[in-house]
Design a binder for this molecule. Structure first.
Ligand code: SF4
Length: 325
């Protein structure tokens, strides 16, 4: 498989583009993800010609319009003419410029806490009448560039730099970027879409059986005309990546395991089936991790060469080398 293509805040790669002239090199991104991905670095503040080092900029409540914000520097020794200037319109226009598009990316990693790149809880300041400053950090506040990106490319998997070290968020991102790469590589035919769906069935089951059902109906449609095929791909893509955003529950995982166990109905002895169910129960009561029953089913799949299961992405949604930190 070709290398993944991941957009990224430049400072995370070690580029000295931050306001203080430094960087935010991230070891996992560079040394682990970097083995399977080519990065497309971008620093929106450098793109605005603010230079590095530069005064730090921040989001503030607009003094003129309720519920609106401005993006400003409050100090700038080198360029005092920039102090207090609203940079928001320039920042917002970046993604509308034709020379700057990211349609091919399989994912994007944003630097946390930045008023340009952060994905959540970005501080919003308020200049008080007495000249003092206060701030709030609403849960849904995003950096300006990150917000524009998400609005323009809502299906591209995203991750904030700090979440790289959360097992749940990192694994979800890895599942999504590999699925995205495979989806983007499909030839635009209904049979290719159906094969993709078939291979992701057990994985989708973990995320949401209801969505799995709806996805099955989308790709089972009898369409032949090119425009209809493109529309079917689009409908499937939207729902598929929404589904991949839902966290798998223990209940769904147990149900998926039971479903896969059904493929060994005529192969395993009564004792072996009972042993499998005992392991499933241990996972259900969280005595063992999910990897234990899943690895057992994977082992049986390979031992008995169960064709349908051999192709299932649930066993290896991304390369083993990317597990852990
Ligand atoms: S967070 Fe974004 S704007 Fe700030 S230095 Fe990194 S890439 Fe540039």
């Amino acid at each position: 498989m070709k290398k993944l293509k991941i957009g990224i805040s430049s400072c995370l790669l070690g580029e000295k583009v931050r306001y203080d002239g430094g960087h935010k090199y991230d070891p996992w991104i560079n040394e682990k993800l970097g083995t399977v991905a080519d990065f497309v670095p971008f620093c929106p503040e450098m793109f605005l010609n603010l230079g590095s080092p530069r005064p730090s900029i921040r989001l503030e409540k607009s003094p003129f319009k309720k519920d609106e914000h401005i993006l400003v520097a409050r100090e700038n020794v080198n360029n005092p003419e920039l102090v207090g200037i609203d940079l928001l319109p320039r920042m917002k226009s970046i993604l509308s410029e034709n020379q700057f598009t990211f349609p091919e990316l399989h994912g994007y990693i944003f630097m946390k806490k930045s008023p340009s790149c952060g994905l959540s809880k970005i501080k919003i300041y308020e200049q008080l009448k007495n000249g003092q400053t206060t701030f709030v950090a609403p849960n849904d506040s995003m950096g300006v560039f990150a917000k524009s990106f998400v609005e323009k490319y809502p299906l591209t998997p995203i991750l904030e730099s700090g979440r790289v070290y959360s097992d749940i968020d990192r694994e979800r991102f890895l599942r999504q970027i590999y699925a995205r790469a495979q989806f983007c590589n499909l030839t635009k035919s209904i049979s290719a879409l159906q094969e993709f769906h078939r291979n992701y069935k057990m994985l989708l089951y973990e995320h949401s059986p209801v969505h799995l059902n709806r996805l099955g109906k989308i790709c089972a449609q009898k369409v032949t005309h090119h425009d209809e095929v493109i529309q079917t791909f689009r409908d499937y893509e939207i729902l598929f990546f929404q589904t991949m955003n839902i966290l798998p529950s223990v209940k769904n995982r147990v149900n998926a395991l039971m479903h896969m166990k059904g493929f060994f109905k005529k192969i395993l002895s009564k004792d072996e089936k009972m042993y499998l169910e005992k392991i499933f129960q241990e996972f259900k009561s969280q005595t063992v991790s999910y990897e234990v029953p899943l690895t057992l089913i994977d082992y049986l799949t390979n031992k008995y060469q169960v064709d349908y299961l051999l192709e299932q992405k649930i066993f290896r949604p991304f390369p083993r080398s990317l597990y852990g930190l």
